[in-house]
Design a protein. Structure first.
Length: 80
């Protein structure tokens, strides 16, 4: 439910629902929420801190499609 609220909030208000994201307990869900909000660097930081290879790969994929090359480079370095 919180994830859906973040999605609606981000799409409708074009703001960053930081407090809602902070309420999430799952790091995976935090990564997904940050990606939805366009916060790829934050998503990478959360994913890398949690040690989740899958989440870092997901952020790298999203960064590639968003042409966020600095974030993509950080992901590649972390995955190497």
């Amino acid at each position: 439910v919180l994830g859906a609220a973040i999605n609606v909030y981000a799409n409708k208000h074009k703001e960053r629902p930081d407090r809602l994201i902070d309420m999430l307990t799952s790091t995976h869900r935090k990564v997904l929420a940050c990606v939805v909000c366009g916060r790829l660097k934050s998503a990478f930081q959360i994913a890398s801190r949690s040690g989740s290879v899958a989440d870092v790969q997901y952020v790298a994929h999203q960064a590639l499609h968003a042409n966020a090359l600095p974030v993509l480079d950080m992901c590649k370095q972390w995955l190497a």
